[in-house]
Design a protein around this ligand. Structure first.
Ligand SMILES: NC(=O)c1ccc[n+]([C@@H]2O[C@H](COP(=O)([O-])OP(=O)(O)OC[C@H]3O[C@@H](n4cnc5c(N)ncnc54)[C@H](O)[C@@H]3O)[C@@H](O)[C@H]2O)c1
Length: 250
């Protein structure tokens, strides 16, 4: 497939999921980027890529487990071949295991860390040269308010806290370039990850009276991915309707 956009390619992980699919469309339609739709779930990655192509956006599906040893290197190669050099990396893939101190074993802890923070680190490392040579490179990481406030599921909360710290720590590696690295920290969002049984309670505990739609978060990711955000770097934007300022959803 020929690259239409040259070096304006966004790699979006978790592109088959609730937030990833909406973000892929936001970046493709709003910023004119070609989109590499990465997800462990082949059917959903393919569906997102097809929807984008149906809307006239250059896109391809990459069914990849981002925790695999070879994921980063092989993604660089295959995205270059199918779409071109990468200007945007948006790390959205994430897993939440609803386990506590007593029932989180080491394998589950490591798996959550691998998906939520080690993979974003390795993917940023793998695409760093592309990002530096882009007109304006952007990395946007999807953390969670749980990474700021703490949460009852410690592996998830710790992984998101690490991702927030990684976001600001990577500035040193991109010093002197046009690359910015930022994160978003959503509160409860209406996607397959949401605990639906708790949705009404969480909406009632949110000052805006509603939980988030993925579009609410994708809009902020779109801004952080665009040229106008060039002065914003190393930050984490909380998007939760004000919920975490006042209390916990619990
Ligand atoms: N839904 C919420 O309430 C909420 C709140 C705060 C933060 N978040 C974060 O938002 C992001 C998007 O989640 P979502 O709500 O859209 O949930 P989702 O479950 O719909 O999407 C997550 C996607 O990540 C993919 N994924 C998981 N493991 C992977 C792997 N090893 N390799 C490649 N892809 C993998 C899944 O297949 C899925 O498509 C996540 O990082 C999540 O932690 C969600």
């Amino acid at each position: 497939m020929a690259a239409l956009h040259g070096s304006s390619v966004a790699v979006v992980t978790g592109a088959g999921g609730g937030l990833g699919a909406v973000t892929a469309k936001t970046l493709g339609a709003g910023l004119g980027l070609a989109v590499a739709c990465v997800d462990i779930d082949e059917a959903s990655a393919t569906r997102t890529a097809e929807e984008l192509r149906g809307a006239g956006i250059e896109a391809a599906a990459f069914p990849v487990d981002i925790t695999s040893e070879t994921a980063a290197a092989s993604l660089v190669e295959s995205v270059h071949t199918e779409l071109g050099s990468v200007s945007h990396l948006v790390n959205i893939a994430g897993v939440l295991r609803r386990t506590h101190l007593a029932d989180t074993d080491a394998a589950s802890w490591r798996m959550v860390m691998d998906v939520n923070v080690t993979a974003p680190f390795l993917l940023t490392q793998a695409f760093a040269d592309d990002l530096r040579t882009a007109e304006y490179g952007r990395v946007v990481n999807c953390a969670s308010f749980a990474g700021i406030r703490g949460y009852e599921y410690p592996a998830y909360a710790a992984s998101k806290a690490a991702l927030i710290n990684l976001t600001s720590s990577l500035l040193f590696d991109f010093w002197g370039s046009a690359v910015t690295v930022n994160a978003v920290a959503p509160g409860a969002m209406d996607t397959p990850m949401l605990d639906r049984a708790a949705a009404e309670r969480m909406a009632a505990k949110t000052p805006t009276g509603r939980i988030l739609a993925p579009e609410d978060v994708a809009a902020v990711i779109g801004f952080l991915s665009g040229p106008a955000s060039r002065g914003v770097n190393g930050t984490t934007t909380v998007i939760d309707g004000g919920a975490s300022l006042l209390f916990s959803y619990r």
